[in-house]
Design a protein around this ligand. Structure first.
Ligand code: ARG
Length: 462
């Protein structure tokens, strides 16, 4: 037997391998609720415009409600022979109400149907991701406020550079995540147009009301060009691009957690809830969740790349290539949500070792810039000269294997005769961070204010 829905011109049934490559029901069943919402909006419009009689519209509506219930309960039997979610639902509709079911597809095609379903899916996914990013920002900002004054080494080139505060470091991620949210928000605003009614590619001869279906489904307006409507997947690309960058941010943070939690750094302790043991080495506390967040960025970036390649060179309008837009996207957005939840959990539980971080901040001449700044301020040296003088002092101290504060006045004067012991008062790490009061700098007062500002913006009291 040929296909029940489109098989009119076929005598033979599809080859098993065609069925296997063609069927999308194993993954696009994810769209079921959105497909039914789209159909309900469509049938309401067909009824209102007089294209479908009230009695048929009512029968269709009731049966769609019942099918929704069956799918939610897991009582719906999906069939590969029926290819995809659209035809599985339509076929069940026919079983339930007979030929009237066939009226639902008036002035519609699976091409605009799948486009509307996918926009609804992506829109809901963006809303869920936005909430998850917000929760992570909140966890980071709360920890940042608690540690606005906890000193740690700041790194450049992974070399100790200048002391900063732990709160300042965490707030850097809050900023990144803020940009991620604004990218998702932009993508959402652009995707919020309704392709329903574009039909196969050319529009329809029926007197449909596209503005009405757009409104019912919460879209701002109908899409303007029927060809573009059925072939556009920019909304998926934009969302995956935002997801990929967000995943890269999470991966950078995960990498820092892995480093900080290592005994060599010992800057933080991950909770038992977010550590795993080794089956052979009893002493181990492994940061598996952070490692997986770091690695899972790969499949999210991969989904973006794969879809860009699907679209590249694809002529207008619909081609079955577009069915390949789903699996990677579903996986990428679910993976991002999981990574966000895991990162929020790790951050909430994270215990920094304040004493150890502070000791590390003072090592390796990390306050040398403070001394150079002092020479500029107090002796009026040009910064380049101050840099050279300080460099020579560091070399002297390093040769003796001591900190700068251990140099004698006589030794200081061999490098710059105008130096007094007072110069060394600026070498403390607390003093160093407290002095960085420029806008956006690491001074604890700045950090506390920034954390409070974020918490207020996130709807939390600071
Ligand atoms: N399963 C298809 C997809 O995901 C639905 C659209 C099919 N349209 C068609 N003309 N075969 O893209």
């Amino acid at each position: 037997m040929s296909n029940k829905i489109w098989g009119g011109r076929f005598a033979d049934r599809p080859d098993a391998v065609l069925e296997e490559i063609n069927a999308s029901i194993d993954f696009d069943r994810e769209l079921a609720a959105h497909d039914i919402a789209g159909s309900l909006a469509h049938v309401a419009m067909l009824e209102k415009t007089g294209i479908v009689a009230k009695a048929d519209a009512e029968a269709i509506r009731d049966a769609l409600g019942r099918i929704h219930g069956e799918i939610e309960k897991g009582a719906f039997s999906f069939s590969r022979e029926l290819e995809d979610i659209h035809m599985n639902i339509e076929s069940r509709l026919t079983e339930l109400i007979g030929p009237a079911a066939g009226r639902l597809h008036t002035a519609r095609s699976r091409n605009d149907q799948v486009a509307v379903d996918f926009r609804l899916y992506i829109r809901a996914a963006i809303d869920a991701i936005d909430a998850a990013i917000r929760a992570l920002q909140t966890a980071l900002a709360e920890k940042a406020l608690a540690h606005a004054g906890s000193v740690m080494p700041g790194f450049t080139h992974m070399q100790p550079a200048q002391p900063i505060t732990f709160g300042h470091h965490l707030l850097a991620y809050v900023e990144m995540l803020g940009r991620d949210r604004s990218r998702f928000k932009d993508a959402r605003a652009r995707l919020n147009e309704c392709p329903l009614g574009a039909a196969a590619l050319a529009g329809t001869s029926f007197p449909i009301d596209r503005a009405a279906t757009a409104k019912t489904l919460g879209f701002d307006r109908p899409t303007a060009n029927s060809l573009d409507s059925v072939s556009d997947r920019d909304f998926v690309i934009e969302t995956l691009a935002a997801a990929a960058l967000c995943a890269v941010h999470l991966s950078r943070l995960a990498e820092e957690i892995v480093l900080w939690a290592s005994p060599q750094f010992g800057f933080v302790r991950l909770s038992d809830r977010f550590s795993t043991g080794s089956s052979i080495m009893p002493q181990k506390r492994n940061p598996d969740a952070a490692e997986l967040v770091r690695a899972k960025s790969g499949r999210i970036i991969g989904a973006l790349t794969a879809l860009l390649i699907v679209l590249k060179g694809l002529p207008l309008a619909y081609s079955k290539d577009l069915q390949e837009d789903k699996e990677g996207t579903f996986d990428a957005l679910e993976t991002l949500s999981l990574c966000l939840a895991a990162t929020t959990g790790m951050i909430s539980d994270l215990e920094p070792d304040v004493a150890r971080m502070k000791a590390a901040a003072g090592a390796a001449y990390a306050t040398a810039t403070d001394l150079a700044d002092y020479l500029v301020r107090e002796l009026g040296l040009p910064f380049r000269d101050a840099h050279r003088v300080t460099g020579r002092l560091v070399a002297l101290a390093a040769k003796k294997n001591v900190g700068l504060e251990k140099l004698s006045l006589a030794e200081l004067k061999t490098v710059e005769p105008r130096l007094t012991k007072a110069a060394l008062s600026v070498l403390g790490v607390e003093n160093s961070v407290a002095s960085r009061t420029s806008y956006g700098g690491t001074a604890p007062a700045n950090v506390a204010a920034a954390a409070k500002k974020w918490l207020a913006a996130l709807g939390k009291r600071g």
